[in-house]
Design a protein around this ligand. Structure first.
Ligand SMILES: NC(=O)C1=CN([C@@H]2O[C@H](COP(=O)(O)OP(=O)(O)OC[C@H]3O[C@@H](n4cnc5c(N)ncnc54)[C@H](O)[C@@H]3O)[C@@H](O)[C@H]2O)C=CC1
Ligand SMILES: O=C(O)[C@H]1O[C@H](OP(=O)(O)OP(=O)(O)OC[C@H]2O[C@@H](n3ccc(=O)[nH]c3=O)[C@H](O)[C@@H]2O)[C@H](O)[C@@H](O)[C@@H]1O
Length: 427
C-alpha cells in the first residue's frame, strides 16, 4: 500500500521505517529539513535499536521523507504522528495537530476521499472535534477518519511496534477499518503471539491510550506507595513485589518501586486525562493520587540522605539523569527535582549519566558534569542514584573515592558492600 506519515519523531519515524520494512511504500512528511535529509540519507534522526538498519535498507526505495505535504496525495492513507504537548494547566495543546491537519487538508483538497488516521495521543473527541475541522479549514472535507493509538516505548520502539500485544482501530466507518486491516496485515501476520486486533469507535480508541498509560503510571505509583510502607516497616519491598507478581492478575511488569516515573508521556498523559476528566465534571481521584505519590518520591529519596549527612556546602553526586536507562531523554526525569532539592539544601551538585549530561547541562547549567561515575563520586559526601543504568550495578571500589561513602539508592541498582553506608527508598 501507499502510506504517508506526518511527523518524523519517535513515533512517526519508527512507524514509517517499520511499515516500509513490512512492504509498504512509505512517505514521511516533516517540517524539519534536517530530519528529512537524515532519513533520505539512510540514517535515523533518533537513536532507537533496529531503526537505522531499516532506514538504511529502505531509504530511496520503499521509504522517502519530504517537507512537501503534496506527497500525501498519491497515498491511500495518512497517519498523523504529531506532538500533543501539555499546556501549563495539563490540558493537551492541539495547536501542532491543528497546524498539521490544516496543511494536510490543503494538500488533499480536490481529492474525493482519503483515510486520515490520528496516531498521536489525544483526549476523547479530538479526532472528530479538532482534527476534522482543521482538515476542513485546510480545504478538504472528504476525510474518512480513524484513530490508531501507539503503545511503543522509547528504547525498544522498533521491537514494541513490530510485536504489539494489541492493535487498536478506532473508526466509525467500515472503509476505515478495511484500510487499517490492510496496512497492519503484514505486521499482524508476522508478529509472534498474534496481537489482539481491537475494532472500536474513535473516542474509545482515544481513551484506550490514556487508560493504558494511566493504568501503568498508577501501577508504578501503587508499588511506590506500597514500597514506602515497606520501608517504614523495615520490609524489603522487592521481595514483596516478587511474591505478588506470581498472581497473574497483578503480573510482574511495572512493579519496580523507586524514585518514580518520568518521560515524555506518563507525566503529560496523566495530566491531560485528569484535566479532561475534570472538564467533564469528574475528579479522577486515583490518577491524581498516582501523580501525587510520584511527585513525593524525589523528596523522600533526599530525606534519606538527610538522615545520614548534612549536605549544606558539601559535594553530592547524582548518578543517572535520563528518565530511564537506554535513552538520553530527560523529559519528566526525576533527576530534575532531585538536583533542585539538593541545591535547595545548599549542596554542590556533581552529576554523571552515560548519555544524558549534555541535555541536562542545558537545563541545569549550575551542576558540575563528569564523564564517569568514578569522577562524580570523587570527594562526594553523598551519592544519589536516580536512573537504573546497568553500569551502576558494577560500581565497587569507586565508592572508596568518596569523602563520606553515603549511598542513597532510588532504583535498587547499587550492590550493597562493606565500607559504604547504604540506604534505599524501599529497603
Ligand atoms: N515518544 C513515544 O514514545 C510515544 C509517543 N506517543 C505519542 O505520539 C505523538 C508523537 O510523539 P513523538 O513521536 O514522541 O513526537 P516527536 O516530538 O518526537 O516528533 C514529532 C515530529 O513532528 C514534527 N512536526 C511538528 N510540526 C509539524 C507539522 N506541522 N507538520 C509536519 N511535521 C511536524 C516535528 O518536527 C517532529 O519531528 C504524541 O502524541 C505522543 O504522545 C505515543 C506512543 C509513544
Ligand atoms: O505513551 C508513551 O509514550 C509510552 O509511555 C510509556 O513508555 P516510556 O515512557 O517510553 O517508558 P516506560 O518504560 O514505560 O517507563 C516510564 C517510566 O516509568 C518508570 N518505571 C517503569 C517501570 C517500573 O516498574 N518502575 C518505574 O519506575 C521508568 O523508570 C520511567 O521513568 C509506555 O510504557 C508505552 O507503552 C507508551 O507508548
Amino acid at each position: 500500500m501507499n502510506v504517508s506519515i506526518v511527523g518524523s519523531g519517535y513515533v512517526g519515524t519508527t512507524v514509517a521505517a517499520c511499515f516500509a520494512d513490512l512492504g509498504h511504500s512509505v512517505v514521511n512528511v516533516d517540517v524539519d529539513e534536517d530530519i528529512v535529509d537524515t532519513i533520505n540519507d539512510g540514517r535515523a534522526p533518533i537513536h532507537e535499536p533496529g531503526l537505522e538498519e531499516r532506514i538504511a535498507e529502505h531509504a530511496g526505495d520503499q521509504l522517502r521523507a519530504t517537507t512537501d505535504y503534496d506527497a500525501v496525495r498519491e497515498t491511500d492513507v495518512t497517519f498523523l504522528a504529531l506532538p500533543t504537548p501539555s499546556e501549563e494547566d495539563g490540558r493537551i495543546d492541539t495547536s501542532i495537530m491543528q497546524a498539521g491537519a490544516e496543511s494536510l487538508g490543503e494538500a488533499l483538497a480536490g481529492k474525493d476521499d482519503h483515510v486520515v488516521v490520528v496516531k498521536s495521543t489525544v483526549v476523547p473527541g479530538t479526532t472528530e472535534d479538532v482534527v476534522a475541522p482543521a482538515l476542513e479549514r485546510g480545504g478538504f472535507d472528504g476525510a474518512t477518519l480513524a484513530m490508531n493509538p501507539e503503545f511503543l516505548r522509547m528504547g525498544t520502539a522498533v521491537e514494541d511496534f513490530l510485536h504489539p500485544d494489541k492493535v487498536v482501530y478506532g473508526a466509525t466507518d467500515e472503509a476505515a477499518y478495511d484500510v487499517l486491516h490492510d496496512v497492519y496485515e503484514p505486521l499482524v501476520d508476522a508478529a509472534d503471539g498474534d496481537p489482539a486486533v481491537v475494532e472500536t469507535g474513535l473516542r474509545e480508541a482515544e481513551m484506550i491510550k490514556y487508560a493504558n498509560n494511566g493504568f501503568l503510571a498508577a501501577k508504578v505509583s501503587l508499588i511506590n506507595d506500597i514500597g514506602n510502607i515497606c520501608k517504614e516497616f523495615g520490609v524489603d519491598a522487592y521481595k514483596v513485589a516478587d511474591a505478588i507478581a506470581h498472581d497473574d492478575r497483578i503480573s510482574g511488569q511495572f512493579l519496580r518501586s523507586g524514585v518514580g516515573w518520568g518521560g515524555s508521556c506518563f507525566p503529560k498523559d496523566t495530566a491531560a486525562i485528569i484535566s479532561a476528566a475534570k472538564d467533564e465534571g469528574y475528579d479522577p481521584a486515583v490518577l491524581e493520587a498516582a501523580v501525587e505519590v510520584n511527585d513525593r518520591q524525589p523528596e523522600r529519596l533526599l530525606s534519606l540522605l538527610d538522615d545520614h549527612v548534612d549536605v549544606d556546602g558539601e559535594r553530592v553526586a547524582v548518578l543517572g539523569l535520563s528518565f530511564k536507562p537506554g535513552t538520553d531523554d530527560i523529559r519528566g526525569t526525576r533527576a530534575i527535582p532531585v538536583i533542585d532539592g539538593l541545591h535547595d539544601r545548599g549542596a554542590d551538585v556533581v552529576a554523571y549519566d552515560p548519555v544524558a549530561t549534555e541535555k541536562m547541562a542545558e537545563k541545569r547549567p549550575d551542576v558540575e558534569y563528569t564523564d564517569s561515575a568514578r569522577a562524580a563520586l570523587d570527594g562526594a559526601s553523598g551519592a544519589v542514584f536516580v536512573t537504573d543504568w546497568d553500569e551502576f550495578a558494577a560500581l565497587d571500589e569507586e565508592f572508596d573515592a568518596m569523602a563520606e561513602p553515603v549511598v542513597v539508592d532510588g532504583r535498587r541498582i547499587v550492590e550493597r558492600r562493606d565500607g559504604i553506608t547504604y540506604d534505599g527508598l524501599t529497603w
